[in-house]
Write a protein that binds this ligand. Structure first.
Ligand SMILES: Cc1cc2nc3c(=O)[nH]c(=O)nc-3n(C[C@H](O)[C@H](O)[C@H](O)COP(=O)(O)OP(=O)(O)OC[C@H]3O[C@@H](n4cnc5c(N)ncnc54)[C@H](O)[C@@H]3O)c2cc1C
Length: 380
């Protein structure tokens, strides 16, 4: 179904068909309205869970549907094809919040923290970034001090996807000394005493996702919500970033592909100076440059995913994938607006949304500059 048969089996194709039908029927007709309203109905989580979309890749015991990384990619791609990056980001925020619980949580924590999210009854978010900085994770300042059976948390987080509506947050806190050795992960419920949050932050793109600032003022959190060992959270966060970077690469590739598809159709039909846009060599070459980036980026992302799926260390390669895919999609979505001319600048046109939604991708989940630092450390 994708032309990438080396990576996708008939089982993946089946899930893709179900997901595509669901997205086409349940999301695409409402995307413009939800984008303008800066949010989508909360019950979309439960509806996505009901067709098995939210639980892909999670253990069956907690309501998930086990599947390999390519099954996860199918889910990410098909939701991304709705053309609203914000909807995909919020509907998929559990994919950055839950993996540390799956990997490092106790059976009791997994029982308590996973099923409600995977059934779409509860929303999960990841909170690492602080107003003082996001790239320097080892420098984070939100503190959690042990007090009997609880931690007392003080500090704030910002730019948190699903932050306005989430019921549970996987939060990076400082439990020890300075640097990466002093960081832990705590799951904090939205009804914890001392927790408050902002309303939705107004953004350039990703309008359909609710993004918030979180405040912890002597917030009391049961020590039973500590994920993994105290002061070992940095490693869990870094591991979590690997899949998030793959997820963002996949999203970038779909943005670029959607923009290319829209341009191929438009350029064949739109006329200037008595001929279709495809009659101008400069535009044909533009479309070729776009298509080449889409193809190369997609193939490389899949190659990295295949190696991750096989358990190989791909820290350098997934950073390269994110670096390349997000810059490629910036190029393609920018050119797409150009090809659409004035219409490309108009609200309601897909390429206009793809262009502004794409801009976050070289920033979130580790910036382009941070990707280059990671690659340089291994290369030099
Ligand atoms: C819409 C949106 C959704 C987000 N969702 C989440 C979320 O759900 N959870 C979450 O925790 N965070 C989230 N983020 C935060 C995002 O991950 C951070 O914005 C990002 O990591 C960058 O951090 P910063 O904004 O503090 O920039 P800074 O770290 O202050 O960086 C500023 C600039 O300096 C550069 N820079 C920093 N350090 C270096 C270096 N060592 N070498 C070279 N250049 C450097 C950066 O590349 C950047 O260009 C989201 C952000 C946005 C905008």
């Amino acid at each position: 179904m994708t032309g990438y048969d080396r990576y996708f089996t008939p089982d993946h194709d089946l899930v893709r068909r179900v997901a595509r039908e669901w997205v086409t029927a349940e999301i695409i007709p409402h995307v413009n309205e939800w984008e303008e309203a800066a949010g989508f109905p909360r019950d979309l989580y439960a509806r996505a869970a009901a067709i098995g979309l939210l639980g892909i890749g999670y253990p069956e015991a907690y309501g998930g549907t086990p599947g390999d990384l390519f099954m996860k990619i199918v889910a990410w791609e098909e939701v991304a094809r709705c053309g609203s990056g914000g909807l995909g980001a919020s509907l998929g925020s559990h994919d950055i919040a839950l993996p540390p619980i799956v990997a490092f949580g106790t059976p009791e924590q997994r029982d308590r923290m996973l099923p409600a999210v995977l059934s779409g009854q509860s929303i999960a978010a990841l909170a690492v970034t602080e107003p003082g900085g996001g790239s320097d994770v080892a420098g984070l300042r939100t503190t959690a001090v042990r007090d009997g059976d609880d931690y007392i948390v003080n500090g704030s987080k910002t730019f948190i996807t699903s932050g306005v509506r989430a019921d549970q947050f996987t939060v990076a806190v400082r439990t020890g000394g300075e640097g990466h050795h002093g960081i832990s992960l705590l799951v904090i419920d939205a009804d914890a005493p001392g927790f408050t949050r902002s309303g939705p932050l107004a953004k350039m793109g990703w309008w359909a996702s609710d993004t918030a600032e979180l405040f912890f003022d002597n917030c009391r959190v049961p020590a039973a919500n500590l994920i993994g060992e105290e002061n070992m959270g940095f490693y869990a966060i870094m591991e979590n970033f690997q899949k998030e970077r793959l997820q963002l690469s996949v999203g970038a590739n779909i943005n670029a592909e959607l923009a290319l598809e829209a341009c191929l159709a438009y350029a064949a039909e739109r006329r200037a100076f008595g001929k279709p846009l495809t009659g101008f060599q400069v535009l044909r070459h533009k479309l070729v440059d776009m298509a080449t980036r889409v193809e190369v980026s997609r193939e490389y992302t899949y190659r990295v995913a295949a190696r991750m799926n096989a358990g190989e260390d791909q820290v350098t390669e997934v950073s390269m994938a994110k670096l390349f895919a997000t810059e490629a999609s910036d190029f393609v979505t920018n050119e797409a607006v150009q090809i659409f001319g004035g219409y490309g600048y108009m609200r309601g046109y897909l390429v206009e949304r793809l262009y502004r939604d794409n801009r976050i991708l070289t920033i979130g989940g580790g910036t382009t500059e941070v990707m280059k630092e990671i690659i340089a450390k291994r290369l030099l």
